[in-house]
Design a protein around this ligand. Structure first.
Ligand code: DAH
Length: 338
């Protein structure tokens, strides 16, 4: 019987060695170690042996089983390694990978996000309103007379319905005060539209950021401090800021704000970055008429408002000479900001 086991072991090892794939290897395993495999049957014969033979045969069976199992495991690993090798045949694993193009934020988004984050830290919350506006929200409620040039068909995109593409984000001031109650402290970034001739400094669609702060006792000093702080956070702590008297229908007094721009190799110069002023009581009166309450009674509240061009801020920040670059989507231009 010992010889029989040795023969089975030799046959099994030969079958394993001859296996060329996982399937033939498994067939060999079943033929020798399976339920009806020859080694399994031989073990079953043990019980008929005389007692003194049993330990010897038991040991021989163990040796055979261990040897066959080990051979199968090794063969299996060898077959797998071979398959792995085949699967990368002809592929140069040392070649550098293909570069994945990485996206980046548009310069307008970068500037807008920064402006919004500074103002949010100062307590302003985001607000918005429709881009297709009524004349009322865009002009009348903002104390803009019928004969104001901004209301001209030549300057503004009107729809047949009488609605228009908002010419500024100031309409969000009205939209907000119609719903909220004082104190109001909001900013509204968004698009504005004008029938401008397109050139290096004008587009017919551009981006503004509006701000409004209304409460009891808001003063001109609050306006000045807030906007100086904001502009220094945007352009650097030693940025010079200047308020020039101006006129806007919806604020009184009104100002244009300039910052002094220093460009290497050039004389420093003042550039306008925003309009602002103390909310005209006539604006509060319009809102109050509409709301039919005294939440924004000009006797009780005061406020300041400001509006700036985001495209313009981006042009200053990055030294962009032509506003059209901001909408052309030329990757060579945009890559600089990624
Ligand atoms: N709406 C003005 C414009 O488009 C900018 C502006 C000026 C907004 C003064 C304001 C403001 O809120 O107080 O030119």
């Amino acid at each position: 019987m010992k010889e029989q086991i040795e023969t089975i072991q030799a046959d099994a090892l030969a079958a394993v060695a001859a296996a060329t794939d996982e399937r033939s290897l498994d067939d060999a395993r079943v033929a020798f170690l399976g339920k009806k495999g020859s080694l399994t049957l031989a073990s079953a014969g043990m019980k008929d042996l005389p007692n003194d033979q049993k330990p010897i045969m038991g040991q021989a069976l163990n040796v055979a089983r261990t040897a066959i199992t080990q051979a199968i495991d090794e063969k299996k690993a060898a077959l797998e390694a071979e398959a792995d090798k085949k699967s990368v045949e002809g592929i140069d694993l040392t070649l550098p990978g293909r570069e994945l193009l990485q996206g980046g934020l548009h310069p307008l988004t970068l500037v807008k996000d920064r402006a919004v984050s500074i103002l949010r830290r100062m307590g302003f919350a985001l607000a918005d309103g429709p881009e297709i506006e009524t004349e009322y929200h865009c002009f009348d409620a903002l104390n803009t007379p019928d004969d104001h040039p901004a209301r001209n068909e030549k300057d503004t995109f009107y729809f047949d319905s009488g609605k228009l593409l908002r010419t500024h984000t100031s309409s969000v001031q009205i939209r907000t005060m119609e719903k909220a109650s004082a104190p109001v402290r909001i900013i509204a970034p968004g698009s504005a539209y004008r029938r401008d001739e397109i050139d290096a400094t004008h587009l017919s669609v551009f981006n503004q950021l509006e701000g409004l702060y209304v409460d009891k006792d808001v003063k001109l000093g609050d306006l000045k401090g807030t906007l100086e702080y904001f502009l220094r956070a945007m352009f650097g702590t030693d940025t010079e800021v200047r308020f020039r008297p101006h006129f806007f229908p919806f604020t009184e007094p009104s100002f244009e704000i300039d910052v002094k721009l220093h460009v290497k190799g050039q004389e420093p110069k003042w550039i306008e970055v925003a309009g602002c002023g103390m909310v005209d009581p006539a604006v509060f009166s319009s809102v109050s008429d509409q709301r039919k309450d005294d939440a924004f009674d000009p006797e009780n509240v005061t406020g300041f408002a400001f509006g700036m061009g985001i495209d313009r801020l981006a042009m200053i920040q990055y030294g962009i000479k032509d506003i059209r670059l901001l909408i052309e989507n030329d990757a060579r231009f945009l890559q600089q900001f990624a």
